[in-house]
Design a protein around this ligand. Structure first.
Ligand SMILES: NC(=O)c1ccc[n+]([C@@H]2O[C@H](COP(=O)([O-])OP(=O)(O)OC[C@H]3O[C@@H](n4cnc5c(N)ncnc54)[C@H](O)[C@@H]3O)[C@@H](O)[C@H]2O)c1
Length: 324
């Protein structure tokens, strides 16, 4: 049986999720769509019901599960509404725009007693990151010592403000570093380059590993995400994820995409497929609400450190048994 999915927010990410649901997700169909800009919703509906507001989409009998791809500040309230309706959610990252709001979502899910929320930290579904985790978990490289992350965008989205390079971008590295290493972050140090970027963030884990991350959201030349794991008997890193080799002006090289959609297309598709399978089976995959809370809590403390003395001893409460 095909399950009906509703997508809230049909901008860059919501339109991509809608496309994946229509064309690349067996066992599910795009049943409803909603955007604050009705014309934008209409443009990607392709026969799905266009709802005038998120609450009526969440409540509709046509909708079995919900993808939230509206702006960060809307995530917590919409996720809470889905929990109240008892419907599974794939919520784009971050889970909330503050640690307190993310914790409220965790508490609502804990009170419900079963997991309904997956946070869209899609790198966990990327074939390259998965291979690094597989090799690391075999132990053949020895114990991990360092993880180097690079996160560069052509330009920050127009809606970026304040500390979003940390609370919206760096959250990806917090999540993927915790997932790859199976470690928790205990402290952080952050510095900004001239004019405020790039950011250089160094975290220590509870196993004494070092996690370094450069976040450069206006790097101009291309969308470029990289990681290298340095272990005692070897290293493993992502290979260039380029689709093309470009020769021009007496030079040749790999091409970078303009943004994350082509780079992580396979990850978005696998994330959707595995989420749909989990919804049907009543199980859960990917980043939980707890993972979403931890990423937002660390990001908030790193942002505070950037505005202060540059260092933070990271704090987040004990993990509820629901997330063991
Ligand atoms: N996982 C990833 O790799 C990734 C990449 C980019 C963005 N994101 C996340 O996806 C979300 C959306 O980002 P985007 O780049 O698509 O932004 P966007 O601005 O392109 O799209 C957001 C859409 O939400 C609509 N909207 C605003 N308020 C709304 C509301 N209350 N109800 C319904 N619709 C509303 C807007 O009209 C717009 O169409 C953000 O939270 C962002 O952090 C995730």
């Amino acid at each position: 049986m095909s399950i009906g999915i509703g997508v809230i927010g049909t901008g860059v990410m919501g339109a991509e999720h809608a496309r994946i649901l229509r064309h690349e997700t067996p066992g599910a169909h795009l049943a409803g769509i909603c955007d604050a800009d009705a014309a934008r919703a209409q443009a990607v509906a392709a026969g799905a019901t266009v709802f005038s507001d998120p609450q009526s989409l969440i409540a509709s009998d046509q909708i079995d599960a919900i993808v939230i791809a509206s702006p960060d500040a809307t995530h917590a309230a919409l996720t809470l509404a889905c929990i109240r309706a008892g419907k599974p959610v794939l919520c784009e990252k971050p889970l909330a725009s503050s640690a307190a709001d993310a914790l409220e979502v965790v508490r609502a899910e804990v009170a419900l007693g079963h997991r309904l929320i997956q946070v869209g930290y899609m790198r966990r579904f990327d074939p390259g990151y998965r291979e690094i985790k597989r090799v690391k978990d075999t132990g053949e490289l020895g114990g991990p010592a360092l993880l180097h992350n690079v996160h560069r965008n052509v330009r920050a989205p127009e809606w970026f403000d304040g500390s979003m390079a940390i609370t919206n971008s760096f959250v990806h590295e917090i999540d993927i570093s915790r997932w790859l290493l199976g470690s928790e972050m205990v402290s952080a140090r952050v510095e900004a380059g001239p004019g405020g970027e790039p950011l250089m963030i160094t975290m220590k884990t509870d196993k004494d590993e070092i996690v370094s991350t450069e976040v450069f959201v206006n790097a101009s030349y291309g969308y470029h995400v990289h990681v290298e794991l340095v272990a005692r008997q070897g290293t493993i890193s992502l290979a260039p994820a380029s689709l093309t080799l470009l020769n021009r002006d007496r030079a040749g090289g790999l091409a970078y995409p303009d943004n994350w959609v082509p780079r992580f297309e396979e990850a978005y598709c696998r994330q959707m497929a595995e989420w749909v399978s989990a919804v049907k089976a009543g199980t859960s995959v990917g980043a939980s609400a707890w993972d979403g809370y931890v990423a937002s809590a660390i990001a908030e403390q790193v942002a505070e450190a950037l505005a202060g003395n540059g260092v933070a001893t990271l704090k987040y409460g004990p993990r509820p048994p629901l997330y063991d």
